[in-house]
Design a protein around this ligand. Structure first.
Ligand code: SAM
Length: 220
């Protein structure tokens, strides 16, 4: 029998040692049960600091990267946040602990449905899951104080920049499909943006009209 609480605390300590020390982010990681966001039979791997398969060729992100993205997005309790790439719903649950409202968009309906069920089970009522092409953002709920993109894009989608509030932060992996730079784009004025390079990362591709175009055989 696995002691998930003990394993979760060891994961948190490892993330602290790697330099993420934002107290709100650390508290959220201490609370959200990552084992609930994995496919059946995978629970024993829940607190390995690694991405894991969740079906549809997609992954639940590495907890350290979720922590870095949340910390670098500088999320405050009153913030409205957009997440692109719901996947398992784990990062959305963490974001739901940090922000007032979270809108998360996933292109695979089955993943969105499963994530929604998990978030409801956890009572995370400030998180809404939508199916769609998140490379175009979610204009109905814009502007957002923070936007986190959990998939790699060839360039920063204009739609996401336009949906940032003034002062808003967009954290997104940019670059070729096999390796990207994590970039924070801060909207400093109506037409003014500042970019900060946060380091090298490797994400699954952002497939969509403002990301990578879907391959003909792709059924998503
Ligand atoms: N944040 C997720 C979690 O905590 O499990 C992990 C996300 S996974 C690394 C990236 C997700 O982005 C995949 O589920 C993929 O289907 C989704 N995705 C890719 N392109 C997308 C798009 N244009 N719109 C919405 N979701 C997209």
């Amino acid at each position: 029998m696995i002691d998930f609480e003990d394993a979760r605390e060891r994961m948190v300590q490892q993330i602290l040692r790697r330099g993420v020390d934002n107290p709100a982010v650390i508290d959220a990681l201490r609370i959200v049960p990552r084992e609930m966001f994995l496919s059946a039979g995978m629970e024993r791997h829940a607190y390995e600091d690694a991405p894991l398969a969740i079906g549809e060729g997609q992954t639940i992100s590495q907890p350290y990267i979720v922590a870095v993205m949340c910390a670098e997005a500088r999320i405050r309790p009153e913030d409205r946040v957009l997440e692109v790439g719901t996947g398992s719903g784990y990062a959305a649950a963490v974001l739901g602990r940090l922000a007032k409202r979270v809108v998360t968009v996933e292109r695979h309906p089955r993943l969105a449905e499963e994530a929604e069920e998990r978030l409801r089970e956890l009572g995370q009522d400030n998180v809404e899951v939508h199916v769609g092409d998140g490379s175009e953002g979610f204009p109905e709920a814009a502007p957002f104080d923070a936007i986190l993109v959990a998939a790699g894009s060839p360039a920063v989608p204009d739609a996401l920049k336009e949906q940032l509030a003034i002062g808003g932060r967009l954290v997104i992996p940019i670059g070729p499909e096999n390796e990207q730079r994590l970039v924070r784009v801060t909207r400093t004025g109506v037409d003014a943006f500042q970019d900060d390079d946060l380091g090298g990362v490797r994400f699954v591709p952002l497939i969509g009209r403002q990301g990578w175009l879907p391959a003909v055989q792709d059924d998503g």
